[in-house]
Design a protein around this ligand. Structure first.
Ligand code: PLP
Length: 391
């Protein structure tokens, strides 16, 4: 059976061009970038090229790019290191209730160390209200961290406006752009951010490599102590093959951005319309327009998300309910609950995240099989029977 992969927000396949550029750096050009002989210089050159490519894609200076092990590390670094560096100034951090756990659990950790955290609410579409950000600021606020695009429902947040407010008030602003980079335009200057997290495996690069943009002049603590790599702020021998992969992947993503956004938006809208037309008692989660080009998140009433996932898997379709990191737990998504969805609807959620490799035929196939799966599962639901009879 052909597999249809529609979980590109969880991870993406490495593109051939990316892999081809990475390959020589495993065994042939294996030098440690800190050494002075030719092998080392070759690796250092590759490191510099990758840093330039990442900087160019974000509208940043190469000196502002620090390589990390991925989105989780970038988020941890930005938030903890800013909190520790500014402890004398204040102890208040503002974030949102719909962040990824890499941000939420980091904030919980800091809370245990005496920091005060405000979790901003969101509206029914998952949007943060800029006025709420203004209201939450106190003279103790040292950091605001708001994600650019949500990983579950795809809602794109008003990050540039929030960054503007932070700038006016002299507060550091971090954005988790892990789901945005490579999918929508990202320019650190336009976004008014001081720090920005990204991760290569979300845009057809390898896993375990990411970057943190730190604006020049921002004084935060180093993350890893050891050698002098990454200007002494993130020590450890650089993972050159992965860094090369990140550089190539971000370059390709930026070059193809308009084309990819157009294709994904078309497939996304086709899938949304197809499913909403063919299934009753179904709801689109997230904002209808301010959403990532490839994100479709729906809640199907009277059915469990997990049951739909298993049935889809039997038809060769890979999707997700909640985020990959939390699937396996039976707790409903914190994002959907924060958007005000009742538990039943949060439990019946499904996320399809479309990637560049997906085709219209694949989308048609999902539109064809999901309504039958839902109908079969609902046969076992007395609640659905009652709803259908209008009781
Ligand atoms: N932030 C967001 C919004 C994400 O979607 C993810 C991954 O799903 C992460 C952070 C973590 O990134 P990584 O898997 O590179 O650690």
């Amino acid at each position: 059976m052909e597999k249809i992969y529609l979980d590109n927000a969880a991870t993406t396949p490495v593109k051939k061009e990316v892999l081809d550029e990475m390959m020589p750096y495993f065994s042939e050009k294996f030098g440690n970038a800190s050494t002075l002989y030719s092998y080392g210089r070759e690796s250092k050159k590759a490191l510099d090229i990758a840093r330039d490519r990442v900087a160019k894609a974000l509208g940043a200076d190469p000196a502002e790019i620090y390589f990390t092990s991925g989105g989780t590390e970038s988020d941890n670094w930005a938030i903890k290191a800013a909190a520790y560096a500014l402890r004398e100034k204040g102890n208040h951090i503002i974030t949102t209730s719909i962040e990824h756990h890499a941000v939420l659990h980091t904030c919980e950790y800091l809370k245990k160390q005496g920091f005060k955290i405000t979790y901003l609410p969101v509206d029914e579409y998952g949007l943060v209200d800029v006025e709420e950000v203004k209201k939450a600021i106190t003279d103790q606020t040292i950091l605001i961290s708001v994600m650019y695009a949500n990983n579950e429902v795809g809602t794109i947040e008003p990050v540039a406006e929030i960054g503007e407010i932070a700038k006016e008030r002299g507060i550091l602003f971090h954005t988790d752009a892990v789901q945005a980079v490579g999918h929508i335009p990202v320019d650190v200057k336009k976004l008014n951010c001081d720090m920005l997290s990204l991760s290569a495996h979300k845009f057809y690069g390898p896993k375990g490599i990411g970057a943190l943009y730190i604006r020049k002049g921002v004084k935060i603590h180093p993350y890893m102590h050891g050698g002098g790599q990454e200007k002494g702020r993130r020590a450890g021998t650089e993972n050159i093959p992965a860094i090369v992969g990140l550089g190539k992947a971000i370059e390709l993503a930026t070059q193809n951005l308009n084309q990819s956004m157009e294709k994904l938006t078309f497939l996304r809208n086709k899938l949304i319309n197809g499913l909403l037309n063919k299934i009753d008692h179904v709801k689109l989660n997230g904002h209808p327009e301010k959403r990532l080009p490839g994100n479709v998140n729906i809640s199907v009433e009277y059915v469990e998300g997990e049951s739909m996932l298993l049935s889809l898997d039997m038809k060769g379709i890979c999707a997700s309910s909640g985020s990959a990191c939390t699937s396996g737990s039976l707790d409903p998504s914190h994002v959907l609950l924060a958007m005000g969805l009742p538990h039943e609807l949060a439990h019946g959620s499904l996320r399809f995240s479309i990637g560049e490799q997906n085709t219209e035929e694949e989308i048609d196939y999902v539109i064809q099989v999901l309504p039958d799966i839902v109908a079969r599962l609902r046969e076992m639901s007395p609640l659905y029977e009652k709803a259908r009879e209008g009781k």
